[in-house]
Design a protein around this ligand. Sequence first.
Ligand code: CDP
Length: 212
Amino acid sequence: MIIAVDGPAGSGKGTLARRLADHFGLDHLDSGSLYRAVARAMLEAGTDPGDSAAAAAIARNLDPATVDAGGLRSPRVGSAASVVAANPQVRAALLDFQRAFARRGAVIDGRDIGTVVAPDADVKIFVTASLDERARRRAGELAAMGVAHDEAEIRADLAERDRRDCERAASPLRRAADALLLDTTDLDIEAAFQAALSLIESRLGTRVDTSS
Ligand code: CDP
């Protein structure tokens, strides 16, 4: 089974995807970590993330199976990731790995999973939440990591990333026509998970066990 979970930053798609993978005994891929890994390598090398030839070369040489988490979640890497992710050559270089991962049965979260990576997914969920709520969550995440932050800046950064992700020509962030919509603005993690299970149940036409 393939479950595609797409949505903007801070919508809760990553946490939801992990919970669903555990529940269904499927592997999970956070596809954003691949774009973040390319961005991190560029920042470490002092290269401008907007340098498309350099970004493409790094993406082609990346071994997606061995990406380590160190520093990937920093706001700086997140912003640079949304710049490299607009580069069609970077996207092309990362596509085969994601498709092969999906074919083995998986929950994958990202921006274009339901539209480009796995258009034939059994279930597609598009997760949203208001910008204010997403900024609040991201601020909480940074506080938990001990990273100094300013909530207004985070909000502006998220809005800018939303704009870049939605307006780019290559695989923009958009809801697939057959994706189920889940607005998590007023839902905590558990409530979002239960709501997703209900949606999946209705889509697959079967009851799924909600006890774990
Ligand atoms: O966790 P968060 O939503 O903040 O970010 P992420 O999912 O790790 O993605 C980081 C950036 O990578 C996003 O802003 C997108 O520009 C890009 N991305 C993408 O273009 N396509 C994907 N399938 C996943 C991420």
